[in-house]
Design a protein around this ligand. Structure first.
Ligand SMILES: N[C@@H](CCC(=O)N[C@@H](CS)C(=O)NCC(=O)O)C(=O)O
Length: 199
């Protein structure tokens, strides 16, 4: 059975957890005690030398980096859904997955992280992450006009971007003015076998 190194507050770990659940692939959750520094310990460092979650172990195959794990899982367990063999569709899925990792996560996840866990953070840092996060949200909201999902049907592009957008208010970035994003969030949460963040 696949092992997923996970933590309940991690938006990055939630991405493969959601996909595995929706794929109907059985997996075992191994909670890594981040607040106790378990990820810096010798045992976990053997699993991921980069000392971060998520990690999946699928038989002898070990893989880390949340968004890359999405590509692997979709390709292996459901090549005809969540991704695409069509080169253009596949290219656009990769585009939004990478947009998530380069424009959404570094800003919205950081604003949330500072708000929740670093009370004495520099307010200038917070301002910067919130401003850049809003700028990424504007791009995404404009793209979603008249669309149900980021690329044609529900895909790993949506799963890659959803967690830290849905959690953005925890970092002081409200979604009230992003009406297309609000509708997109509802669409994702209505997909078959959707697994909420806290579950
Ligand atoms: N780019 C990585 C980022 C992973 C990441 O930052 N994970 C956090 C939890 S959300 C973590 O393990 N943090 C521990 C640390 O950085 O010390 C991915 O997407 O998997």
């Amino acid at each position: 059975m696949i092992k997923l190194y996970d933590h309940k507050l991690s938006g990055n770990a939630y991405k493969p957890r959601l996909l595995l659940h929706q794929l109907g692939v059985e997996f075992e959750r191994i909670i890594v005690e981040l607040f106790e520094g378990e990820h810096k310990g010798e045992e976990f460092t053997k699993v991921n030398p980069n000392q971060k979650i998520p990690v999946i172990v699928d038989g002898d195959f070990v893989m880390w980096e949340s968004n890359a794990i999405l590509f692997y899982l979709a390709k292996k367990y459901s090549p005809n859904s969540f991704t695409s063999d069509n080169p253009e569709t596949y290219g656009h899925i990769a585009q939004w997955v990478l947009f998530g990792k380069t424009s959404i996560d570094p800003n919205l996840a950081m604003a949330r992280y500072l708000t929740k866990f670093v009370p004495d953070h520099d307010p200038e840092d917070m301002k910067k992450f919130q401003m850049q996060g809003n700028s990424a949200l504007k791009t995404l909201d404009a793209h979603l006009k008249g669309k149900d999902f980021l690329v044609d049907s529900y895909s790993i592009a949506d799963i890659a971007c959803y967690p830290y957008i849905m959690l953005a208010p925890e970092g002081g970035v409200e979604l009230t003015n992003y009406l297309n994003i609000q509708k997109w969030i509802e669409n994702i949460e209505s997909t078959e076998n959707f697994l909420p963040f806290g579950d």
